[in-house]
Design a protein around this ligand. Sequence first.
Ligand code: ARG
Length: 568
Amino acid sequence: MKYKHAVITTIYHSLAGMGMSAFSKEEIAKSIETPPKQEMGDYAFPCFMLAKVLRKTPSQIAQELSVTIHHEYIDRVKALGPYLNVFLDKEKTGEDLVTHVLSQKEKFGSLSIGSGQHVSIDLSSPNIAKPFSMGHLRSTVIGNALSNIMEKCGFVPVKINHLGDWGTQFGKLITAYKMWGTEEKVKAEPIKELLALYVRFHEEAEKTPKLEDEGRAWFKRLEDGDAVALSLWKWFRDESLKEFERIYQLMGMEFDSFNGESFYNDKMEHVVELLEEKKLLTESDGAMVVSLEEFGYPPCLIKKSDGATLYATRDLAAALYRKSTYDFAKALYVVGGEQSLHFKQVFHVLKKMGYHWSAEMHHIPFGMMLKDGKKMSTRKGKIVLLEEVLQEAIKLAAQNIEARNPNLADKEEVAKMVGVGAVIFHDLKNYRLNDVEFSLEDMLTFEGETGPYVQYTYARACSILRKGEISTGHACSYEAFKDDKAWAVLSLLMKFEEVMNSAYQHFDPSQIAKYIMDLAQAFNKYYGSVRILDEDEQQQSRLQLVQAVTIVLKEGLRLLGIKAPERM
Ligand code: ARG
């Protein structure tokens, strides 16, 4: 951003010299563009909007500007029709940048926007007794990447796994277990068996509706602290968590808290009292609700007629708890788009309660994982088990390594990094709101726009650095940076901070994914066109560029939650 900033400031001063001091740096920053072709320079400033005030044609203005602009970072400027095109001094800025990256290392690209404030991130949050779905995979990888991005922007993230471990479904599950379940079966394959019981409950309840009442009654007992209900629930929870932990470990995901819905069981009465105190509760068909009519939303259900609490009640309790525990500046909820209304309701109830901080709560929705164009659902047992997908990816990565580099040390460890990386990148390269068609094949391709491609580029760059030695501190020539392919790499490195900032502003990890993909491609073109290790006076600058690339690729992958093996 430093170089772009210098360009903006210089244009600003030139404009002021032309009597245009009212035109602010922000306005210049907003209108400045990247030219479509590298030979057209590094930045283009369109002069249309100045024409009216200056009573000159845009190309006249571009022409006039072009003779007044001078800066040590700028090699030359050129008026191209209505545009002022700026060419950076490649040697000077390139040297400056590469030296900066090498000294900053993985800190390069960090921003201080958050100044140490907390941000709570509600992510992953699978449901107990159900398989970990592809939807939960999306929440996990998007949430984890956002957490890393926020951290790099100066926030202190708190990752909370809001487990779905409470609610009427547990009453149903207990009913089903009491009727058809056995301990041995649950012990052998907990989630599979619990899911089967849950599916069976729904099938049987269609024929025998009174099962639903039974389920509700069991949930009531659970909420009231009945020992039998509690111990069964706890057992289901423990067994499920063990399976989830395996997946998290495989993916290298960690959380700061596993306080799920059940954690708020004893904190909901307080919410109800507060709502009563603030006179926000009204009755509707025996249930207690908060009207949201003024916002155009349906009422938020707080308590059912039988006294049972709901998903929204637990989210309200969770919000209050998190605010008082973490004093967050922002609260993110990385949850599928189908829950948009729920979060609008929860946030607006908090607003009605007078909590101004509700303005800093954001639902970060994402699209669905589709199978043949349809949503994958757990209810009917039509799901793809994530653990199987991960294992399959790792197996494929292992075969690939075996074929290409059979003597590699830590083959298993690397296969894990690559397989898991493939799955994560496949998700994050898409803008989160887009639906993703689930395809094992796409996910596991190690060519094209994939995680393994970026990892492989990184490993290749590392291998060059093992062969050539960097000696910093000696003056060396940076003339090689004038080369088009080297400059393409350098101009991408220059954009890292800007991409970070934008990924943060839009809560959008896909911008980082696209960025490192572009960087990897530009690097491979560069690598294919020069002999980096040739011992001439340019060798040092080339090696330094390679090292800068490894730093940024590795850091970019880390932000996405992907490991970067040095050999593969
Ligand atoms: N367990 C929920 C589900 O799978 C997601 C929970 C999201 N977080 C929240 N605070 N409501 O649909």
